[in-house]
Design a protein around this ligand. Structure first.
Ligand code: PLP
Length: 287
């Protein structure tokens, strides 16, 4: 069943393979994903009928599930449900394939699991081309907290994204498109829905996941390929002054792909269109 709303086309498939109407209600009001944001998700890009970095996404889904003590995801069932969805999606149109896995209705011990196909938001498509302005916003804790306090679930892709969404609204209030979170010591973490990568000469650099950020599937894919193409890659802490001194600052995620940052906290960065173009074509050659 394919739904069409103002938001565009949608396809919904539950993990058991049931194809359902995306425009009607299916989730119980006592679902803990709804009541407490107690669940996890992934957003996978399908382009030209092919899924990008599915293996890395399913690996991360498994890691997130383990961090939240959810039953281990059945990878084959997720792959089947995604396949069913893509059979109903036009292969010439990009699809944001959202995998949602919650603890389910209170007291039942029965997780809720579905995949939802949606179109890529216009804004994201525009930003891929035009680049973005970001603001730095503090997340308030140190880079060592993820290892000291695993119950904070830093590094799990949990459904509790209200803070991330609030940060994006703050960016909008400040006239920017997106956010770079910083830790209490000033080091750069990630965006609310993206990985930060810089280029310095022929080196790509991103902060390490153990400082309490998500390991990005787009970053992982790009770094592997870039190394083979002669770039060197570094995974090490990053500061805001280092961002300003970089040749290019990029935000990477499955939907935005490789997006160029042109402004930080209202200050323009040096023109990085050339290196951005090179990395976009490297990214495209991956698939
Ligand atoms: N960091 C956060 C907090 C995210 O939510 C995301 C993706 O949504 C990313 C990084 C980038 O991950 P990926 O490249 O796997 O989409």
């Amino acid at each position: 069943m394919v739904g069409r709303t103002l938001a565009g086309m949608r396809v919904l498939v539950f993990l058991d393979g049931t194809v359902a109407d995306p425009e009607t209600a299916h989730i119980r009001v006592d679902d803990l994903g709804l009541l407490r944001g107690d669940g996890i998700f992934e957003t996978v890009l399908a382009a030209d009928g092919k899924l990008r970095e599915l293996g890395r996404h399913l690996d991360r889904l498994e890691r997130s599930a383990a961090m939240l003590d959810l039953p281990a995801p059945d990878r084959a069932a997720w792959e089947r449900a995604i396949g069913t969805l893509l059979e109903r999606w036009p292969s010439d149109r990009e699809c944001a394939v959202k995998l949602v896995y919650t603890r389910g209705p209170e007291g039942t011990g029965m997780p809720t699991a579905f995949v939802l196909g949606q179109e890529i938001p216009e804004k994201v498509l525009r930003q891929r081309v035009d680049g973005i302005a970001v603001v730095t916003l503090e997340r308030g804790f140190g880079p060592d907290v993820a290892e000291r306090a695993p119950w904070l679930l830093l590094g799990a892709k949990s459904l509790s994204y209200a803070v991330n969404m609030a940060a994006l609204r703050e960016a909008e209030r400040r006239g920017a498109d997106d956010v770079l979170f910083t830790a209490a010591d000033g080091s750069v973490l990630e965006g609310p829905t993206a990985t930060v990568v810089i280029t310095e000469g022929r080196t790509l650099r991103t902060p390490p996941a153990n400082i309490g950020i998500l390991p990005g599937t787009t970053q992982g894919g790009l770094f592997g390929w870039a190394e083979r193409a002669g770039w060197s890659v570094k995974v090490e802490p990053l500061t805001v002054p280092e961002l300003r001194a970089a040749d290019a600052v990029l935000l990477l995620s499955s939907l935005r792909r490789v997006t160029r940052v042109h402004t930080i906290d209202g200050e323009g960065l040096p023109d990085s269109t050339e290196v951005h173009r090179e990395l976009v074509s490297l990214y495209e050659s991956l698939y």
